[in-house]
Design a protein around this ligand. Structure first.
Ligand code: ADP
Length: 457
């Protein structure tokens, strides 16, 4: 099989995607060209005042039907092609398309007057299209063949060796037998043909190269991002150990294992312990974010979402009771909800959402977790009638470290929780949206509702 793929394009997905797209685009364009050619045939006498002979009409019909037939075949067979440079691939299909189109055009031009036919311009158009897809040398070969055919055919007609099909009424005087006109026409035509190929080819090459450079830069960026995440993980991990040691030492003092402590000092030490806990939470969130960004693929396993949610809720029992929150879990499905996902990651996501809900409601507030199954996905809604999220901040809350102004001073947090949730849900091919205000029956608070969807097993 003739290998016509540029060396740099063998493993370049974007190249193959572009070729496939362009092939389809040309097939669609050809479906448009067929009725246009038919209209040209039937309206020629009305619009151009030209009349075709019987032979010309027959030739026109045969050529147009052939275009339609080979287009249908190309359209059907294109879907079976693989992007393997060593097999018949989309690039070979482009080559075939160009060959077929140029052959059809040669006949069309011949039967509509040769040098007198306005359709000769379509040769230039085809050369430009070919240059956008095929390697330069192939398009130059095509341009050479077209130039040779055109030159030979118009001179043979000029000297009366080949039959000339004039279109009656198109020109007041025939020009095909005027040698000076033929000479000038051929020189300009061949020049325009090759210049178009040269320019279009250069532009196409530059575009492909730029596209490739972009892909490479993107890959480099991703690599650097991973390096950065590894570095962050390393540093954060190192900070964890001294923080844990500090915590233990504080506990020893607070619980008076090292001697008596005044109430004032105890109060200060408890404040320090609280700050230490916040630092530990922040470190854990940063570690989660870095791990998620480093994770190439997550391990999907079959799991019961109902069980996962119940286990997660259980962890928040103490705080729910302490704040006397009116908590409801509504599983409209009844029992098991099977999905495919990473259990640890999903637990982390729902834990973060639940943590926010119980954190941002007042005492005696309402928190409701509801699950509904649709035909192909499961819908989860997490509602609380807490402080709500201002409209202008709702877009930003999923970004790293973003905290809305209404929570900053009064509630502790890192601003990383929702970023983690969004990444986890999206890696499970799900979606997450926020709605606030969301409280229906509570006038004093704004309330928040998170809508999550995850594909069913
Ligand atoms: P944080 O640690 O600050 O809670 P998150 O990333 O979990 O960080 O959330 C980002 C921000 O989104 C929060 O700081 C808060 O402004 C807002 N937010 C998230 N969940 C709620 C909620 N249930 N009610 C009100 N505001 C919320």
């Amino acid at each position: 099989m003739l290998i016509i793929v540029p060396e740099w394009a063998h493993h370049f997905d974007a190249f193959w995607q572009a070729i496939r797209k362009r092939n389809l685009w040309f097939i669609k364009l050809r479906y448009g060209a067929v009725p246009m050619l038919a209209a040209f045939l039937f309206a020629a006498d009305k619009i151009l005042g030209a009349a075709f002979s019987g032979t010309q009409v027959r030739a026109f019909i045969i050529i147009t039907s052939s275009i339609l037939i080979y287009n249908l075949l190309l359209h059907y067979f294109r879907r079976f092609l693989t992007c393997d440079p060593h097999k018949f691939n989309p690039l070979h299909l482009s080559l075939l398309q160009m060959g077929l189109d140029l052959t059809a055009l040669m006949f069309l031009v011949y039967y509509t007057g040769g040098i007198e036919s306005p359709l000769y311009m379509l040769f230039v158009f085809h050369m430009i299209i070919g240059s956008l897809i095929l390697p330069g040398y192939l398009v130059y070969i095509f341009a050479g063949l077209v130039a040779a055919y055109f030159t030979l055919s118009v001179y043979l007609q000029c000297f009366g060796i080949m039959y000339h099909h004039s279109v009656n009424g198109l020109l007041s005087q025939p020009v095909y037998n005027n040698i000076h006109y033929v000479n000038a026409f051929v020189i300009v035509f061949v020049f325009v043909l090759f210049i178009s190929v040269l320019l279009a080819n250069k532009i196409a090459k530059q575009l492909y190269k730029m596209e490739q450079d972009l892909v490479e830069s993107l890959e480099l960026l991703k690599k650097n991002e991973k390096e950065k995440q590894r570095y962050v993980m390393g540093v954060v991990h190192e900070i964890k150990a001294p923080l844990a040691a500090l915590h233990s030492i504080l506990d020893l003092v607070i619980y008076r294992y090292v001697g008596p402590v005044s109430e004032k000092i105890e109060e200060k030490l408890k404040q320090a312990e609280l700050r230490l806990k916040e630092a530990a939470n922040l470190i854990n969130d940063v570690l989660h974010i870095s791990k998620l960004r480093l994770l190439e693929e997550i391990s999907f396993e079959e799991l019961d979402l109902n069980e996962l949610l119940v286990e997660t809720i259980f962890k928040y029992n103490n705080i729910i009771q302490k704040k006397e929150i009116d908590f409801q879990y509504i599983n409209n499905e009844g029992y098991k909800i099977l999905i495919r996902g990473d259990k640890t990651l999903l637990e982390l996501a729902f834990s973060n959402l639940l943590n926010n809900a119980v954190k941002y409601v007042d005492e005696n507030g309402i928190v409701q977790l509801k699950v509904d199954c649709l035909s192909s996905e499961v819908k989860i809604s997490m509602f609380d009638n807490g402080i709500g999220i201002p409209a202008e901040d709702q877009e930003k809350i999923f970004k790293d470290f973003y905290r809305a102004p209404n929570v900053k001073k009064s509630y502790e947090g890192s601003g990383l929780g929702l970023s983690i949730v969004k990444q986890i849900i999206e890696r499970h091919n799900g979606t997450i949206k926020v709605e606030s205000p969301a409280a229906v029956d509570d006038k004093s608070n704004h309330g928040t509702r998170f809508h999550i969807t995850i594909p069913l097993n």
